[in-house]
Design a protein around this ligand. Sequence first.
Ligand SMILES: Nc1nc2c(ncn2[C@@H]2O[C@H](COP(=O)(O)OP(=O)(O)OP(=O)(O)O)[C@@H](O)[C@H]2O)c(=O)[nH]1
Ligand SMILES: [Mg+2]
Length: 419
Amino acid sequence: MLWRMWVDEVELELEAGRGGDGCVSFRREKFVEFGGPDGGDGGCGGNILFRASRHLRSLSHLSSIRRIEAGGGASGRPRNRTGRRGKDRILEVPCGTVVREADHGRVLADLFEEGETLVVARGGKGGKGNAAFATPTRRAPRQRGLGQAGERVRVRLEVRLIADVGLVGLPNAGKSTLLSRISAARPRVAPYPFTTRQPELGVVEWKGETFTVADLPGLIEGAHTGKGLGLRFLRHIERTRLLLHLVDGSLPDPERNYRLIRKELEEYPGDTVRKPEMVVITKSDLGFARPRLDAALMEISAVTGEGIESLLDHLIAKLKELPAPEPYPAEGIVVPVSGASPERGAEPIEVEKVEEGIYELKSAAVRRYLEKYDPGDLEGWRRFWRFLERIGAVDELRGAGVRDGETVIVEGREMEYFE
Ligand SMILES: Nc1nc2c(ncn2[C@@H]2O[C@H](COP(=O)(O)OP(=O)(O)OP(=O)(O)O)[C@@H](O)[C@H]2O)c(=O)[nH]1
Ligand SMILES: [Mg+2]
């Protein structure tokens, strides 16, 4: 079984559905020997759409896919019946996904807000049935239109997460610990560098205000030359309004460590380095005789909670002064937010029989789970199974007739089903 890495960039080839052909047909009824033309039009081909979802953080679910097609429209039918529309393909992407045309780099959309939808490839029109060709002088046309091809486009998707505050600092500075202290997010915390290997978002609620914080992998000296995890993740703080720079106060030379990160930020293209920054000393509980760091606003301890409330007050006051981020200008047709998305627990779970013995399970909740946790070992798989039971997915699978030993595809991964 193959588990994918965290992915924030993919290229896809898209082909919308072909329209159905028009139909040639003539009415045949009792007592009407030569009826008029009654061939219906072909159905439109299905569209391909991208929709922003705040539940997703990455494009891992699309990373092994190269090509996506939408369904073709059905042909028209006698008695003026229009063919069925081709099935749309709706692909969910994280909020903050920039969709570009792969060849020209033109921005088609910056899907910023939950529910925003881009129609990225339109299905072809259906052909006209022969009924549409009838005129007073041509009563029995044998002509009909053919369905048009669907739009084809190659796109590049790139996630640039959107958050109010971006955490920066050396590895081990306490970024993830702080995030887990102030939000419900549970990033991994460990006493060694490079614990965080992918961005994590947390929502902070404080005194009736709400803001989001992005936790990133730590930077090290030489990150701009690709050392450590490099600068690759900095794109996820490009769209934050404020940098919160954490400096470990239990280490000897905070001034030097602070400068080092500033230097790496300077090397990053764009103006991330000029973003407003708040500097905070962490691990104040360790009670060191610390050298001063002039840039620091305050000291905090994510362990005892010292300074945390005051930090939140400062962050909220500062955020109020700063403008909200704006999406990139784009040329595609974006359908604005259409209704709220279903809440956790109330989301549809679909089980589809692909062929004999193979089923596909589709559920946004399951996808989010797999984005966050890697079942990895047997214990991990047991946990995953319990999760499936809890959300009712196991009942759905049973209902669809899945039996022991059969295959279930979940998010592109194959599982063998065993009760
Ligand atoms: N005593 C004390 N320890 C802390 C505090 N904050 C974090 N730590 C510890 O410091 C270590 C690193 O914390 P993390 O939150 O994982 O650090 P990070 O900055 O996210 O590290 P990376 O993800 O590797 O960049 C862990 O062992 C934490 O328990 C603090 O306020 N006081
Ligand atoms: Mg971390």
